[in-house]
Write a protein that binds this ligand. Structure first.
Ligand code: ATR
Length: 280
């Protein structure tokens, strides 16, 4: 296997399509910052070619590891030799690395989510109740990370209630599936309100939301970061609430992978955040 101290270390992000990924910008910035002899590159890999790509990766002759994104996260978990508990529970992995000749897998999205909130408001996790809008893949990572941080009650509000129920069944008794009509009611007790739906993304139709049932000091956050201020966050701010945008989640989820491949733990500073903003 490659050793970043002896050989030029290389890592990748694999997806299909991959054109939109900001990960090369982030990792190559940190590579330069540390003066590491390494490179991080975007690879567009079609779904039918992913298995062969992983088989090649396991030979240890090309990369130290890498990130995977849509649509490869489930396959990455399945093809890895040693998924950790986080990847196991999600059935999906976004970070792979070679260690002792084995391909390890984890999922760092949940870490990215909580580390971003830690940065903006220490003690945010002292709230009892959180409300999550959406029940897709992104919601799964957020639920897992909030439950692991000890949030006692997590309400998953989704247009398709069955998808929310599946998540509640999967993650256990402190997770509650709710229909959209229950939003105002569950917001009354919430200290944290998270959007994981695609509603805030560029061009996506805005959904009017009444934030007023929330306590005045509740925190509102979105996992979408393009645009930086999503319609969800704009509405929350107009209604007087503190918000945290999703860009920090992207930056923080990158940290554990970088450390595995390149042997140094980077800081999420203003400079790297600004680099991504300038690229938008
Ligand atoms: P991801 O993996 O990024 O989370 P996903 O699996 O496609 O993406 O999930 C998208 C989420 O956004 C879902 O919760 C979806 O609701 P449904 O499960 O009912 O489809 C939600 N979503 C997308 N468009 C929506 C809309 N117009 N109104 C309400 N919810 C929407």
């Amino acid at each position: 296997m490659l050793d970043s101290r002896e050989t030029k270390a290389r890592a990748f992000v694999a997806g299909f399509p991959i054109g939109h990924s900001r990960s090369p910008l982030i990792h190559n910035h940190w590579i330069r910052q540390f003066g590491i002899d390494g490179h991080y590159e975007a690879l567009e890999i079609a779904p039918e070619k992913f298995e062969a790509f992983v088989a090649d990766l396991k030979k240890g002759e090309s990369y130290s590891g890498g990130n995977v994104t849509i649509p490869h996260k489930e396959a990455a978990y399945q093809l890895a030799d040693k998924p950790d508990e986080l990847a196991e529970e999600l059935g999906a992995s976004n970070t792979l690395w070679l260690e002792d000749g084995l391909l390890h897998a984890t999922n760092t999205d949940g870490h990215g989510f909580t580390a971003n909130l830690d940065h903006y408001r220490a003690g945010w996790d002292q709230v009892n109740t959180a409300v999550i809008l959406g029940a897709g893949g992104a919601s799964r990572s957020v639920i897992q990370s909030l439950r692991n941080r000890g949030i006692k009650e997590i309400h998953v509000v989704n247009r398709t209630i069955d998808r929310a129920r599946q998540l509640a069944d999967h993650f256990g008794p402190t997770i509650y599936a709710q229909p959209m009509g229950a939003l105002s009611e569950v917001l009354k007790d919430a200290g944290l309100f998270v959007n994981t739906t695609s509603l805030g993304m560029d061009g996506a139709k805005a959904m009017p939301i009444d934030f007023t049932p929330l306590a005045k000091d509740a925190l509102v956050t979105d996992i979408v970061y393009v645009p930086l201020k999503t319609n969800f966050l704009i509405q929350a701010e107009e209604q007087g609430f503190s918000t945290v945008d999703g860009l920090g989640m992207l930056l923080h989820q990158a940290v554990p992978g970088f450390e595995k491949w390149f042997g140094r733990r980077p800081n999420v500073e203003m400079e790297v955040r600004q680099l991504v903003i300038d690229d938008m």
